[in-house]
Design a protein around this ligand. Structure first.
Ligand code: IPE
Ligand code: IPE
Ligand code: MG
Length: 244
């Protein structure tokens, strides 16, 4: 494999329901199998020295699904954090949850804050879970928080991208590569700001079937891309330029 560094991968983990349907099983079965795929891919990213992995687990819009599915998913997150947290911690993974967490049960919030707290000083893979997350929510939330902080009376009434970025759920580098499983080719409101110059990779593979081999195919695709960031003569040495 070529040596081009891939620092941040994001994934829209789609297709759990279809995977279960194909087996005449309830959708919940697909979601459970999807968690096993997450475990596999987190380890694979650590081994491949990816610095950051951002996973779309539940969108703002997914909360409009039937209540039994939403409740099932929230309980699955609660149980899965419990089940996997020790393993993740011992693998030096740093966990962060992004999204509108306000409406979640106190049990789920407790597990989230425990996971973030015990892993906060870990120096390995940065793992971001987006739940009840929407890219539009993220931007609006950032603007609202910024309005509370900034005293516009003493400033010109203009903000810069650098100002806004400080208030988004994720600071730091934007994803280099976005993977979306299950054949759909859209962002579905995932990190709209951060994906401005991300390379996009779509596969028909359904999320529960996604494995190390599929990940390597995506990384191979990325290795062949020339990133230009709007420039005329991109140097192959340019690994990353963040959009300002
Ligand atoms: C992705 O799988 C997981 C979530 C959105 C929670 P889906 O549930 O969207 O599965 P499909 O698209 O119906 O197959
Ligand atoms: C996107 O998948 C959200 C997650 C994978 C968490 P959806 O299945 O909700 O997306 P659409 O509805 O097909 O755009
Ligand atoms: Mg879907």
């Amino acid at each position: 494999m070529s040596s081009k560094i891939i620092s941040h991968i994001s994934i829209i983990m789609d297709g759990n329901g279809r995977w279960a349907n194909q087996r005449n099983m309830p959708r919940a079965y697909g979601h459970k199998e999807g968690v096993k795929a997450i475990d596999k891919i987190v380890s694979a990213c650590s081994v491949r020295q990816v610095s950051q992995l951002s996973l779309f687990a539940l969108s703002s819009e997914n909360l409009n699904r039937p209540d039994y599915e939403v409740q099932f998913l929230l309980k699955l997150f609660e149980d899965s954090i419990n089940k996997y947290i020790d393993g993740l911690h011992s693998n030096n993974v740093r966990i962060k949850f992004i999204g509108n967490l306000e409406s979640f049960s106190s049990k789920l919030l407790k597990n989230i804050s425990h996971a973030e707290k015990i892993t906060k000083d870990n120096t390995g893979l940065k793992l971001n879970f987006a739940i009840n997350y929407g890219g539009q929510w993220d931007i609006i939330n950032a603007v609202n928080n910024m309005l509370e902080d900034i005293d516009f009376s003493s400033k010109t009434k203009k903000i810069s991208a650098i100002d806004l970025k400080k208030y988004l759920s994720l600071q730091g580098s934007s994803p280099d590569l976005l993977i979306r499983t299950a054949g759909e080719q859209r962002l579905s409101n995932f990190m709209l700001w951060q994906h401005a110059y991300t390379e996009l990779y779509f596969t028909d593979c359904l999320w529960p079937d996604f494995n190390e081999k599929e990940l390597d195919l995506a990384i191979e695709y990325y290795q062949k891309r020339t990133r230009k960031f709007g420039l005329l003569n991109p140097s192959n040495n340019v690994i990353k330029k963040d959009v300002k």
